[in-house]
Write a protein that binds this ligand. Structure first.
Ligand code: COA
Ligand code: MG
Length: 287
């Protein structure tokens, strides 16, 4: 029963962009599979790392939508809400009326979560010292207004600075996953959210859903948060359901798998691929 629900309703995918070194021809092929306005947006990124993450996010969305809705690949039309959240513009086939999906990218991974019956938001964060921060305590100071007093107690309960940073990112992901499920984006006062941590993060590959949420001091019962560690990245998935799937498995896809069943939306654009290859991988200071 649990397995059939997982297959029918939940998708959890991940892609490692650090290990992916696209050739000109890979990049041209990928660019043919996304809408022209997205191709243009991605072309403007200065660094390969950002372009790769955004491209993979789009390819993940299109693959998942084609698979779930059976809409022909090239006919899938994604729009963005005023706040930037991608949504499906096509008429939704029966059974897919409530399909909800979201992607996130940070560090080495792009991740996607999709659900058939519940709203969903996802966030991933690499557990590393933030680029440009002088020290972890300075970084925490800058972020002091984003977390409640109880959340700071949890963050500071870590024995070492690295543990504290792990706790910080855990809460960060939880907050972002909720904000992203709502689709409200920047401007939401995340200090209104108080996450109640009930257990440690699971070991790599396992998922827990014990964390609870108060919004403006009110306990919420219709939200569930799945938390997973993938290598040294934490992932939170927020769902409007009090009965989620247990231990959803993040399937790590390859580039070929992402393009399986795809169909080009446009003619090959060799220049686009050549411009990508010339970009630097990432800013010099970034790991
Ligand atoms: N709601 C949900 N998803 C959105 C979105 C929105 N309003 N706007 C964009 N997205 C999707 C897109 O697919 C986007 O990918 P793209 O940029 O390649 O198109 C993806 O989410 C980006 O997610 P992520 O990689 O996790 O980026 P982010 O964490 O930098 O941005 C947003 C998250 C988009 C919600 C952004 O509005 C934001 O930064 N909010 C900050 C809220 C905050 O104060 N957080 C502090 C937590 S302590
Ligand atoms: Mg994020």
């Amino acid at each position: 029963m649990r397995i059939s629900r997982l297959v029918m309703t939940s998708t959890r995918w991940a892609f490692n962009t650090r290990q992916w070194e696209p050739t000109v021809s890979d990049w041209v092929k990928a660019s043919q599979c996304i809408q022209s306005e997205e191709k243009e947006r991605i072309g403007k990124f200065v660094f390969k790392k950002d372009a790769k993450s955004s491209m993979i996010g789009r390819l993940m969305l299109r693959k998942m939508l084609h698979r779930r809705t059976k809409i022909p690949y090239a006919d899938i039309k994604l729009g963005r809400t005023e706040k930037g959240k991608p949504y499906l513009m096509n008429n939704t086939p029966e059974g897919c009326e409530k399909l909800s999906f979201n992607v996130s990218h940070h560090g080495d991974y792009v991740v996607l979560a999709a659900e058939t019956f519940t709203d969903v938001g996802i966030d991933v964060m690499k557990l590393e010292t933030p680029v440009g921060a002088n020290s972890i305590s300075d970084f925490f100071h800058t972020m002091r207004r984003q977390f409640t007093q109880d959340e700071w107690v949890y963050i500071k309960s870590g024995k070492t600075e690295q543990d504290q940073l792990g706790n910080f990112y855990r809460l960060w992901c939880l907050k972002e996953s909720y904000v992203k499920a709502l689709g409200v984006g920047i401007g939401f006062e995340v200090k209104r959210l108080n996450f109640l941590i009930k257990s440690d993060l699971p070991s790599v590959g396992q998922t827990i859903d014990t964390t609870q949420l108060e919004v403006d001091g009110q306990f919420t019962i219709h939200w569930t948060f799945e938390e997973t560690l993938l290598d040294n990245h934490c992932i939170a998935v927020a769902e409007t359901s009090s009965n989620p799937v247990k231990n959803p498995f993040f399937e790590v896809l390859t580039f070929n798998q992402l393009l399986e069943d795809s169909n080009p939306l446009s003619d090959p654009d060799q220049k686009y691929g050549e411009e990508f290859i010339k970009k630097p991988e990432r800013p010099k200071l970034q790991r």
